[in-house]
Design a protein around this ligand. Structure first.
Ligand code: AKG
Ligand code: FE2
Length: 350
């Protein structure tokens, strides 16, 4: 078995403990919302309650072809089962963050996973640097592997379908905040930076020391995650007491969570909640998150309609393209300083 590379070892405070909660007993706590039942007002109210209480929920019957879930799972496993020599042909680098990567760090500890990232829109213009003074842009484009041959087609189809579901969810979120259904659409339609990721977690001989993904919050608007139907791993920090709660897989469900941008848009009404992925010594696990990101030019700030004298804006505005560039260029290396976070834009409330 040998020793674990110390880069993977979490500090004692952040190591996964045997869950203090019984997974079956809490399985029903994170709401599962059936999008095919009830009128839009009822659905919006269910989504709003889940966003408030957990920042997380699962959706079923969301109107995606049933076989697509299986198809993307199959091509994902085929891709990662290849030799390293094959996979690094589409390796990401400092210039272009898309493609294969096996060295991701979350909060400076290496994640026990391999990933492959691709853009929803084949090419986007992206800042060459996180420096706010530097206006220069460059085009970044997807890197498609040769194998498996159906990889690109399946991934693109999945992207188109999950995007439709994301717009539907943004409508429900808008309604739940008392806004017109299409309030958020304009931020995404032109040149959204959304990305998809295939996460592959190999079995880990040291599941008590390492994590598949260390604790973090998602920085985008919304994340839609297709979880492995059989192997659990995702854990969510319960808002009421800070306990880590496992999210029990529901076949073909998508796990949805509020990201930092919705926290800012909603002026803290909905919070972006910490989560992580644990690994196990026996089984590999796959997860496929879609990160719904607005366009590069969007300035993120609390929505005017939700701010007033009694409830003043809690954040100063920031530019999404530059914020994300900061993350991307920092992610590549282990960094000495804390990543840029939305709390850096928080306004002190006296
Ligand atoms: O694999 C998972 O369940 C979680 C992945 C995740 O949180 C992420 O990629 O941001
Ligand atoms: Fe995440």
């Amino acid at each position: 078995m040998g020793d674990i590379d110390s880069a993977f070892v979490q500090s004692p405070d952040h190591r996964p403990q045997a869950p203090k909660v019984d997974a079956d007993a809490v399985a029903g706590e994170i709401p599962v919302i059936d999008l095919s039942v009830g009128d839009i007002g009822e659905l919006a109210s269910q989504v709003g309650s889940a966003c408030k209480a957990w920042g997380f929920f699962q959706i079923i019957n969301y109107g995606m072809p049933v076989e697509l879930h299986k198809k993307i799972d199959v091509v994902t496993r085929k891709f990662f089962k290849q030799s390293m020599e094959e996979k690094i042909k589409v390796k990401r680098d400092e210039e272009n963050p898309l493609g294969y990567h096996d060295g991701e760090h979350t909060k400076n500890v290496r994640d026990w996973k391999e990933t492959y990232g691709y853009l929803l829109k084949e090419t986007v213009e992206f800042p060459v640097s996180p420096d706010p003074e530097d206006q220069e842009l460059k085009a970044i484009t997807n890197r498609w592997p040769q194998y498996p041959p159906e990889f690109r087609e399946v991934l693109e189809e999945y992207g188109r379908e999950v995007e439709k579901v994301s717009y539907k969810l943004m409508e429900l979120i808008a309604l739940s905040l008392g806004l017109p259904a299409e309030r958020f659409h304009g931020y995404f339609e032109e040149k959204q930076l959304s990305i998809l990721r295939l996460n592959y977690y190999p079995p880990c001989p040291f599941p008590h020391l390492a994590l598949g993904v260390g604790r973090h919050k998602d920085s985008g608007a919304l994340t839609l995650l297709a979880q492995d139907d059989e192997v659990a791993g995702l854990e969510v920090k319960r808002k009421s007491d800070g306990e880590w709660i496992p999210v029990k897989p529901v076949p073909r469900a998508i796990v949805v969570n509020v990201g930092d941008i919705i926290q800012v848009w909603s002026n803290d009404k909905y919070e972006s909640v910490e989560h992580r992925a644990v690994v196990n010594s026996e089984k590999e696990r796959v997860s496929i998150p879609f990160f719904f990101f607005p366009a590069r030019t969007v300035m993120v700030n609390p929505l005017e309609e939700l701010v007033n004298k009694e409830n003043p804006a809690r954040y100063t505005e920031y530019n999404w393209g530059k914020f994300y560039a900061h993350r991307i260029y920092g992610e590549f290396k282990k960094r000495e300083v804390e990543n840029l976070q939305i709390h850096h834009f928080k306004i002190d409330q006296d």
